[in-house]
Design a protein around this ligand. Structure first.
Ligand SMILES: Cc1cc2nc3c(=O)[nH]c(=O)nc-3n(C[C@H](O)[C@H](O)[C@H](O)COP(=O)(O)OP(=O)(O)OC[C@H]3O[C@@H](n4cnc5c(N)ncnc54)[C@H](O)[C@@H]3O)c2cc1C
Length: 566
């Protein structure tokens, strides 16, 4: 058994920010299924938000209003206030750690416009922002005494009697399962976009932390809110940053028309993502797409080669490599792509995980980053607010953990969680049924994209739910061809698929119950936002006899809900 004061699961921006801070006072370990530098944070391109006001005067109040409105009034305003007030300090802290932000001519941190933000407040490092952040924070973790368990796959949380006592994890290199005993655990396992076929997310974004929470009897919050990003490369889903539109890019349909004038005449291409994704899907569904009619275009040609090379070098490379077009002279084919999980493991503003709709805390368990739901993004996240969320609330979860350590001790490790972990891995490795886990994963992705996507209705959602349940049953009959222990990706992928099947049921079930349109959740059979019945958070539990939904009030402090137009 391994033993550390604090175990952080995940080596992305949230996990590393937390590790950097906690390790000042406690024996800290980072358990990550990937080498930390391969975390999805590294793929973030566009930027990280703060009202620095370096380009035009700005204030946290304006950032707050934009975020509340962007969330379609589902975000908790106490949490959003924390996010926006502490954003500038977070940026300067990161700068002092060594993050090489792009600069204005006078040498200040440059800021560019982003969708849904009224002011240019995205701080960026060309279109390599996440890469720069991740490398810098990781470098700063190296001189600290942090135990890095790279390529360890966390299986389960050891929660007993409302107290978290560590985790159980699989060593991918040896195939052995081990218990990690700790006083506190911080979950920072990232998003779950891989549950969809067309997605911008890395292969590893399979929502394992959500599966771990569910298996420990904990609920998930607002899972029906999945963000679809408007500029995924056609068929690939690979992201082309919103920074492209921030720099002045257009969206045009197959007839060359800048169609956003019909959907968001004021904000045009800088409307929030939910609004633009629906506009694109409408153009496609009504036959105004390009070529085969199933995509629209991003047009950057008027920006010129010099600007594209300076501000959007990665985008140019991605377009050339993956669809063979050069944005300097060609239109780039795009479509909406599953991008971000607004929902997740419910926490308080300090990162403390809660176990029900009444905010009962789980002692010793914290969560931060994309796997957590605080909720600062509500029904729709604004671009550049999530790197901020990960950095800021990763830090906050660390501060709360340090405070907790003052009074915390090691509680006995529940042996049965270890036995369950060993049994689960053995079952998967020795499975000799007729179903193929990769095929089940593929069918899940197909059905989630087709039936639980940008536009939803009861009929499609019912079909989707039936399919997810069928896949869950078929999972019991999987067969594994590779019985080896070392780097057995067939086994780890099957474990991921099991997690995806679990939380996908909650996404679909929550979407079925929520009969309204709010942010990214759009029910064509229930037009309009329904504040009277649905201005509330979904708290979903996985029970023996199915999903149980409970609801929780939204925290409203400054900005009462009003109509959301752009
Ligand atoms: C292509 C792309 C571009 C983006 N661009 C932007 C942007 O410009 N601005 C912005 O604000 N946001 C952006 N986002 C969103 C943002 O990058 C993420 O929300 C954020 O980086 C998440 O950080 P994280 O630390 O929570 O998770 P991640 O960086 O995804 O890290 C998750 C970590 O958890 C570990 N892990 C997962 N499961 C397990 C397990 N079972 N056992 C052990 N370890 C595990 C992984 O190894 C990894 O280290 C973008 C996202 C994508 C996909």
């Amino acid at each position: 058994m391994k033993k550390h004061d604090v175990i952080i699961v995940g080596g992305g921006l949230a996990g590393l920010r937390a590790a950097w801070k906690v390790s000042e006072v406690a024996d800290t370990a980072v358990v990550s299924k990937l080498h930390p530098l391969r975390s999805h944070t590294g793929a973030a391109q566009g930027g990280i938000a703060a009202s620095l006001g370096n380009e035009t005067p700005d204030s946290w109040e304006e950032h707050m209003f934009d975020t509340v409105k962007g969330s379609d009034y589902l975000g908790d305003q106490n949490a959003i206030e924390t996010l926006v007030k502490e954003a500038p300090k977070t940026i300067y802290d990161l700068e002092h750690l060594g993050v090489a932000f792009s600069r204005t001519e006078e040498g200040k941190i440059a800021q560019r416009p982003f969708g849904g933000h009224q002011k240019p407040r995205s701080c960026y490092a060309a279109d390599w922002t996440g890469h720069t952040l991740l490398h810098t924070v990781y470098e700063q973790c190296i001189p600290k005494t942090i135990a890095f368990y790279d390529e360890w796959f966390a299986l389960s949380l050891a929660v007993r009697d409302g107290v978290c006592r560590g985790i159980v994890a699989l060593d991918i290199r040896t195939g052995e399962v081990e218990a990690f005993h700790s006083k506190a655990v911080i979950l920072a396992t990232g998003g779950y976009g891989r549950a969809f076929k067309i997605t911008s997310n890395a292969l590893a974004n399979t929502g394992d932390g959500l599966g771990m929470a569910l298996r420990a009897g904990l609920p998930l919050e607002d899972m029906e809110f999945v963000q679809f990003h408007p500029t995924g490369l056609y068929r690939q889903g690979i992201l082309l940053t919103e920074g492209a539109r921030g720099e002045g890019g257009y969206l045009v349909n197959g007839d060359g028309d800048r169609f956003m004038r019909n959907y968001a005449p004021e904000k045009m291409e800088l409307a929030p993502r939910d609004v633009i994704s629906r506009a694109e899907q409408t153009e496609i569904d009504q036959g105004r797409g390009g070529e085969g009619k199933d995509f629209v275009y991003l047009d950057l040609r008027h920006l010129g080669e010099a600007k594209i090379n300076e501000k959007l070098p990665q985008l140019r490379d991605l377009a050339r490599s993956f669809v063979g077009v050069d944005p300097v002279k060609d239109l780039v084919p795009i479509q909406p792509t599953a991008h971000y999980s607004m929902g997740g493991i419910p926490t308080t503003v300090t990162g403390q995980v809660i176990s029900d709709e009444k905010n009962a805390p789980v002692t010793g368990l914290f969560a931060a980053g994309e796997c957590a739901c605080i909720s600062v993004h509500g029904a729709n996240r604004l671009g550049t607010n999530s790197l901020l969320d990960a950095a800021l609330f990763g830090h906050k979860a660390a501060v709360a953990t340090i405070e907790y350590l003052n009074e915390a001790d090691f509680h006995p490790f529940p042996e049965e969680v270890m036995i369950e972990g060993v049994t689960r891995v053995k079952w998967v490795r020795e499975a000799n049924g007729r179903e193929s886990a990769p095929k089940l994963r593929h069918e899940l992705q197909e059905t989630m994209t087709q039936k639980c996507g940008v536009f939803r209705d009861r009929e499609k959602l019912e079909e989707c739910l039936a399919k997810v349940k069928e896949l869950q049953k078929r999972f019991d009959d999987i067969g594994i061809g590779d019985r080896s222990k070392s780097f057995n990706t067939e086994v780890t992928e099957a474990l991921e698929t099991q997690n995806m099947l679990d939380f996908s049921e909650i996404i679909v079930y929550g979407a079925m119950q929520r009969e309204e349109c709010r942010g990214a959740h759009w029910r064509v059979d229930h037009p309009g936002r329904d504040d009277e019945n649905w201005l509330k958070h979904t708290i979903a539990f996985q029970k023996e006899d199915g999903i149980e939904l409970r609801y929780k009030d939204v925290v409203i402090t400054r900005y009462p809900p009003k109509e959301r137009g752009y």
